[in-house]
Design a protein around this ligand. Structure first.
Ligand code: SAH
Length: 218
């Protein structure tokens, strides 16, 4: 197969994915636009590239996963990302979510505990010309140097909402974070109004564990 038909095949699959995300309730056109722009096949291992536009989580290195497109789209929609928003992502993984946020015009700060994953994610950001601040470390305590953030997205399941992350949220800011046991989590939407935090539960999703000081013990 020549390169052109491979590109077309991905484009078709991507278009189908976007239609299915619409059908499942994704309404934010900025989210759908970003999904149409970021080549997800670049973020999965070449072994799984042909499945990059299935609405499913896929394995990446270090026994982690790139989240399911619906989950990524829903979390991004809940965050109401606007151009220029300062966004902290905890759990870079493949870098796909961070790439989407940056494509939507957010200033992205992302933390990952595995250096191997971060190295690959950084290579992808560079190839796509995306400026994203990265850090290898424990994101369960946030990134105080660049706090506060307009939005915080945690892409690994936490035992509870880490206090440090709440403190690093701007007044009026929003955080999405899956909270639960190691296997099943509920998506929490936390909104800060001054000193008060309002929490809403969204739905049942499944994530790999957030491991760290204010997460699960290794
Ligand atoms: N957002 C990713 C998918 C994340 S999978 C993507 O778009 O591909 C969750 C990631 O969180 C894993 O890579 C895992 O290593 C990482 N993680 C778990 N606990 C962490 C912590 N305390 N700090 C930073 N990263 C963490």
């Amino acid at each position: 197969m020549n390169r052109r038909s491979v590109v077309n095949r991905f484009e078709l699959a991507r278009e189908e994915l976007i239609q299915s995300l619409r059908a499942k309730g994704i309404r934010d056109e900025n989210v759908l636009d970003a999904i149409a722009k970021v080549p997800r096949q670049m973020f999965v291992s070449p072994l799984f590239a042909s499945r990059a536009y299935e609405d499913t989580a896929l394995p990446i290195d270090c026994n982690q996963t790139i989240s399911q497109p619906f989950t990524v789209a829903m979390m991004t929609q809940l965050l109401k990302v606007r151009k220029g928003d300062k966004v902290l992502e905890v759990g870079t993984g493949s870098g796909y979510q961070a790439a989407l946020l940056a494509t939507m015009g957010a200033r992205v700060f992302t933390i990952e505990r595995y250096p191997e994953l971060m190295k690959k994610a950084e290579e992808r950001f560079k190839k796509l010309g995306l400026k994203i601040a990265t850090r290898v470390g424990d994101g369960s305590v946030g990134w105080s140097r660049f706090a506060p953030f307009d939005k915080i997205m945690v892409t690994a399941g936490a035992p509870e909402v880490p206090r440090s992350l709440m403190q690093q949220l701007k007044d009026g800011g929003i955080m999405v974070i899956p909270v639960g046991d190691r296997k099943v989590q509920t998506m929490f939407l936390v909104e800060r109004r001054g000193k008060e935090f309002f929490t809403r539960e969204v739905d049942g999703f499944r994530f790999v564990p957030l491991v760290g000081k204010e997460g699960w013990q290794d």
